[in-house]
Write a new protein. Structure first.
Length: 380
């Protein structure tokens, strides 16, 4: 990204007038356009009372926007309140009678592991693919996935260490053995282009509050064309029905599209914010953001090396996401120390997590490194 582009982008986020914000993997910074979207929602509510027809139209706009992010079609997208809601609905539709195994990696976010272990009440057998530090060798998936496997659930980027899994290769192994593949793309979407056809997965779940610059309360589930009609979720709600205006309490007839994985009333305020965030990221450019953030993270890793810090994130750009994790002797204390210096970060699994985005600059990285130098006793 050109310097003038970064400056123009940065000007849209008031937080940079006060702080160095490098915590986008927890929550994207608040932009002027997202704040304006909330104002638009509140004004419409005040002016029109209950404009549900328009709010449903905004839900459809969110569906189309989410589909575009992964190069899919709107009918294959369910608009949900969280990744948990979408994945839970999908899980409720999986039949474990003939194929009881669910294979998950040890890089998963807690919600994913917890959802699949909950399916043990329905007969599922959950198998974990163990990590080797910040890597999971592909042959471990080869060993775990077999003809008893119903589904393989993997993350695109590990939230604890920034490592990327070889999604396409894992999907090939799973499909060769007749299993479905679910990809949790929450830590990846908005940081590099995601094409569901190229990835080869059967379902993809993500949300907007991190690198897509939206707020909590909006996520989506994409399913491969034709897959939704083969799966009958038992976790449902009235917006999942074939006709939400039928209002039939004596029947369960889910939508023939991926909308069958939805639930109740859509998260209208979050939809306004989510659309604004997605549109802003498309304006900035996701591919350009990937190149920009890679350069920032290269600078961060090099500076951490000079401090003799332990970087746990893979060093090769193609094997890491948009975040860099640095080992700490006391990660909460290090996060607090950086906060005292006006720098917002987070910590996971004993690591300081630094997650820059399109709005960050080399000067932000240098500020982080200068603060780490002042607090070297907290670096492992």
């Amino acid at each position: 990204m050109a310097v003038e582009t970064v400056s123009a982008c940065r000007a849209r986020f008031p937080i940079f007038e006060r702080l160095v914000y490098v915590n986008s993997c927890s929550q994207g910074a608040l932009s002027d356009s997202v704040r304006a979207a909330y104002d638009e929602y509140l004004t419409g509510w005040d002016d029109r009372g209950a404009p549900w027809d328009y709010w449903v139209e905004r839900t459809e706009a969110a569906r189309a926007a989410c589909a575009g992010l992964v190069y899919g079609e709107s009918d294959d997208v369910a608009v949900t309140t969280s990744l948990s809601a979408g994945v839970s609905a999908l899980a409720s539709a999986v039949d474990f009678t003939a194929r009881p195994k669910v294979v998950i990696s040890d890089f998963e976010f807690p919600t994913v592991g917890q959802i699949w272990h909950a399916q043990e009440l329905r007969g599922a057998q959950v198998v974990h693919v163990p990590a080797d530090g910040a890597e999971i060798p592909l042959e471990r998936f080869e060993e775990a996935i077999d003809e008893q496997t119903a589904l393989v659930s993997i993350t695109a980027v590990c939230y604890r260490n920034g490592s990327r899994l070889p999604v396409e290769e894992i999907a090939r192994i799973a499909h060769d053995r007749g299993a479905l593949v679910l990809l949790d793309a929450y830590q990846a979407i908005g940081t590099y282009p995601l094409d569901v056809t190229e990835l080869g997965v059967d379902a993809l779940a993500a949300g907007v509050l991190k690198y897509l610059l939206g707020s909590a309360g909006l996520a989506f589930l994409w399913t491969r064309p034709g897959l939704a009609e083969r799966l009958l979720p038992t976790q449902t709600g009235w917006f999942a029905d074939r006709d939400i205006f039928e209002m039939d309490i004596r029947d369960y007839s889910p939508s023939p599209t991926a909308r069958r994985f939805e639930s109740g009333t859509p998260p209208v305020p979050s939809i306004y914010a989510g659309i604004a965030g997605i549109e802003l990221m498309e304006e900035i450019g996701i591919a350009a953001t990937r190149e920009h953030v890679n350069a920032l993270n290269e600078r961060l890793i090099a500076g951490a090396d000079e401090l003799d810090a332990t970087v746990v994130t893979p060093r090769e750009a193609e094997r890491r996401g948009a975040l860099v994790c640095i080992r700490s002797t006391d990660a909460p204390a290090l996060v607090a120390a950086l906060a005292e210096d006006g720098i917002v970060t987070s910590e996971r699994d004993g690591n300081l997590r630094v997650s820059p985005h399109a709005y960050n600059t080399p000067e932000d990285v240098d500020a982080v490194l200068a603060s780490l130098a002042r607090h070297r006793t907290l670096l492992a």
